[in-house]
Design a protein around this ligand. Structure first.
Ligand code: GLA
Ligand code: CA
Length: 810
């Protein structure tokens, strides 16, 4: 009787379990399967549409992880998609950290606990508007390193790191009873280069690290995925809100007619950069895109579903050009920076519920914490910026200056000091090159700023008296995370030239014997700066520094150079709390720099905006006294005060208005091509009849394909004599007849931001002709252009008839 019952139970449980599920005998874990089927993914043998929410664990304080996961679940998502950020896990070569906020295995276990799956994107490069795209800065200590290539040192480090990731996450793949269903190989390599051997090598490393059974995929754009597509990987497409979805999958459908379709990054909004309006994308278009994909059984990951915050120094910078990202990574996502549902969330939730097998979605979880105001408080303690220095080196008999990397520093600022020659007339000082924000002083007197964001390189100096010294202060911002410029050294990367022009004679001088001073972005160093205020500086002095030089620096310090305007430096203040809560620290009284609260680094601020407040999570606050330290490299305008407000300010620009730039006169002799573009999506080429030389590239749109008033362009390239794309690193916009910033920042620089989903658009009410003038930075020989209209269905705003001009004379 007993035996019969047991057999019956066994039989029953066997029948109940899907044929694809089995129990791992060694540890009794229920194991599912995830596989690629005909036109669909298969979970335990059944068709499965991946509805993933992209969320980044380091952008959320650990205390809030589970709340954010539950929010995604309440939105109808079944999966969380994460990147692995190499540079937070290996801050120094061979020192690994997977604890606390870096405990990604725990994050994945929380996802599983909440009945969801995980997609892991372990890089090594991740982009993500994250410092250096996730690569550790110390790689740059090998000067000739080729990043994201088969450089032996790079590949060795990747292998070591991925092995560590494997130790954390391989036990959590679905084959081992965990939540991880898919793992990505590299990231959008097509927008970096064409190199299948490299991508294959990364695939092999990922496999070897313990991801040999899990489904592997690679993500790219529909315009470039074939460049590096490997036969044995799943191919997924990335595109944004508004894109023409059928068009995005057209080529994939042709090449792999039976493959499941997935948009591995469907951009819900966009990231913000300093000095431009906050980006938004219409909710209705995002929801319509998701609706269309779900109705067609297309899997997706919504990037971002919750963006969070790039705390500390982790915000990266976009390129071409240098466009550092703000601290907030709100992204106009459905779940906002501080974890709350937005109108987009509610609208999307309604649509997601339609595809939930007739079931109601789980309730939206309560916020784990309330929001508080903190009354204005003063940061009255001040310490000189130079009190933050902890290391000095001299470049004897050389005009070379040392970068952050040479000084073994990831993030912070440098001060460079050298003797100047006497000059009788004005001269031009050029920093070769300034990375990123420099303030120039002569004998402690402020001369001006050279800002890489504005593509500035030089400044005019007044006549220089005998025995003068130059002091250059350089603050580094995030390292570039996109495109070829990710090899982004900080500080002054080479040298400084001073050019005088005496009538016909031009003389160039390079100062030598630089004193290179390091000021780290580091909380304990900031604390020391206050201890140091009244003491002799306890320097870690390079042996080569002479006593007189040391005294020179000391005297500079006591003369308080850098203090003569607005008082840059460290500021400290306190506030008391009866109850903790999330708040938004208003930084508008300050200039530019970093904030630490109770030792947590909140991130960067800059009065130019658009972000004016920093998210301060309540879980980092305490009842009683809380400490705030601000490192301001410019200095506050008035009294150094802060307060906590109950709403973020992400969209307040404080730029000096540039005087209205006049429309340049387009002379007939500059004209190099006229014609008409074709209608519809996709890249188009125009070849000029003759090779034309000039610094300015002008596109004049005469009318649109739809016969309406608006013009738009998504991307634009100039081609060299061989028809190859010219670098756009030094491009700036000289003139655009109008820019639509009413919703989503459609500024003219979007034509060269290397992003196919972003575009320049003219405002309503302004009619054709529309003119765009690109300053290519120097004179180039141009044989033609490549042009990409908007990615949306019907390519709205496409130009029909055009004139193209090339000239040096605007
Ligand atoms: C690409 C990258 C992401 C992110 C987005 C823009 O798709 O893969 O990491 O940078 O662009 O937010
Ligand atoms: Ca673009």
């Amino acid at each position: 009787m007993e035996i019969k019952k047991t057999i019956k139970i066994c039989l029953l449980s066997f029948l109940l379990l899907s044929p694809f599920m089995h129990v791992n005998a060694s540890n009794n874990v229920k194991v599912s399967t995830f596989a690629v089927g005909e036109n669909t993914f298969l979970l335990d043998g059944h068709p499965f549409v991946v509805k993933a929410a992209e969320v980044h664990y380091p952008r959320i304080p650990r205390a809030y992880w589970e709340h954010r996961i539950k929010m995604c679940k309440a939105l109808g998502m079944n999966t969380i998609c994460i990147y692995v950020f190499w540079n937070i896990h290996e801050p120094q070569e061979n020192h690994f950290d997977f604890t606390g906020n870096n405990d990604l295995a725990e994050f994945c276990r929380l996802v599983k606990k909440n009945g969801m799956y995980v997609i892991v994107r372990p890089g090594p490069y991740v982009c993500a508007e994250w410092e250096m795209g996730g690569l550790p800065w110390w790689l740059l200590k090998k000067k000739d390193i080729a990043l994201r290539e088969q450089d032996p040192y790079f590949m060795k480090r990747v292998e070591i790191f991925e092995k560590e990731v494997g130790k954390q996450l391989a036990p959590l793949t679905i084959q081992n009873g965990g939540p991880i269903i898919m793992v990505q190989v590299e990231n959008e390599y097509g927008s970096y280069g064409e190199n299948k051997p490299y991508v294959s090598a990364i695939r092999d490393i990922v496999k070897k690290s313990g991801f040999d059974k899990v489904t592997l995929f690679q993500c790219d754009w529909s315009s470039n995925f074939t460049k590096n597509g490997l036969d044995d990987l799943v191919w997924t497409m990335n595109f944004g809100t508004g894109a023409n979805i059928d068009e995005q999958f057209k080529l994939l459908g042709k090449l792999r007619p039976n493959a499941p379709k997935m948009c591995s990054e469907f951009w819900s909004g966009w990231f913000d950069k300093w000095g431009a309006r906050h980006e938004t994308r219409p909710s209705s278009e995002m929801v319509a895109g998701i609706d269309e994909m779900l109705s067609k059984g297309i899997s997706f990951s919504l990037y971002m579903t919750h963006g969070g915050t790039s705390f500390g120094h982790w915000a990266g910078a976009n390129s071409p050009g240098f466009a550092p990202d703000v601290t907030s990574y709100d992204y106009d996502a459905p779940i906002n920076e501080y974890g709350m549902p937005t109108p987009k969330f509610w609208e999307l939730r309604k649509t997601m519920e339609k595809y939930n097998d007739g079931k109601k979605l789980p309730a939206v979880p309560k916020s784990p914490i309330s929001i508080i105001n903190i009354p204005k408080f003063s940061l009255s303690e001040h310490s000189n910026l130079l009190n933050g220095m902890d290391s000095i080196a001299i470049t004897n008999n050389s005009d070379k200056m040392l970068t952050f990397e040479d000084m073994n520093m990831g993030w912070g600022s440098m001060v460079y000091i050298a003797d100047l020659p006497e000059t009788k007339s004005n001269s031009i000082l050029t920093l070769n090159e300034c990375h990123d924000y420099s303030r120039i002083f002569i004998n402690g007197k402020y001369i001006g700023t050279i800002d890489r964001v504005k593509n500035e390189k030089s400044i005019e100096l007044p006549p220089i008296a005998k025995n003068s010294m130059i002091q250059v202060f350089v603050e580094g911002m995030g390292r570039i995370n996109f495109g070829r410029a990710i090899k982004d050294y900080k500080g002054i990367t080479k040298d400084v030239t001073i050019t005088t022009d005496n009538g016909n004679v031009q003389t160039t001088y390079k100062p030598k014997n630089w004193i290179n001073i390091r000021i780290k972005d580091d909380y304990t160093q900031a604390l020391k700066a206050f201890e140091m205020s009244n003491k002799q500086i306890d320097l870690v002095i390079d042996k080569s520094i002479s006593v007189s030089m040391f005294n020179g620096i000391e005297s500079l310090k006591t003369e308080k150079w850098l203090d003569n305007i607005n008082k840059p430096g460290y500021y400290r203040g306190y506030f008391n709390l009866k109850k903790v809560g999330d708040t938004f620290l208003n930084m508008e009284a300050f200039g530019k720099g970093l904030v630490y609260v109770n030792g947590h680094s909140l991130g960067r601020f800059w009065n130019i905006g658009p972000q004016q407040t920093l998210y301060l999570p309540g879980c980092w606050l305490k009842k009683g006294r809380n400490e705030v330290i601000v490192l301001d490299v410019i200095g506050p305008k008035g009294s150094p005060v802060c307060y906590g407000q109950n709403k973020p300010e992400l969209d307040k620009l404080n730029l000096e208005r540039s005087s209205n730039i006049k429309k340049p006169e387009l002379k007939k002799e500059y004209l190099v091509a006229s014609g008409s573009f074709e209608a519809g999506n996709g890249w188009q080429k125009v070849k000029f009849n003759t090779l034309s030389t000039g610094r300015y590239l002008v596109i004049e749109g005469l009318n649109s394909q739809e016969g309406k008033e608006k013009a738009s362009i998504a991307e634009l390239y100039a081609l060299d004599a061989n028809g190859k794309r010219l670098s756009r690193e030094s491009w700036t916009i000289k003139y655009a007849d109008s820019e639509d910033v009413s919703n989503g920042n459609k500024t003219a620089d979007k034509v060269f931001d290397l992003q196919e989903s972003t575009y320049w658009a003219t405002q309503s009410g302004v009619s054709f002709p529309h003119v765009l003038v690109v300053d290519m930075g120097s004179s180039n020989s141009v044989s033609g252009i490549e042009y990409l209209p908007r990615a949306e269905q019907g390519a709205p705003g496409s130009i029909k008839n055009y004139n193209i001009y090339i000239t040096n004379d605007l």
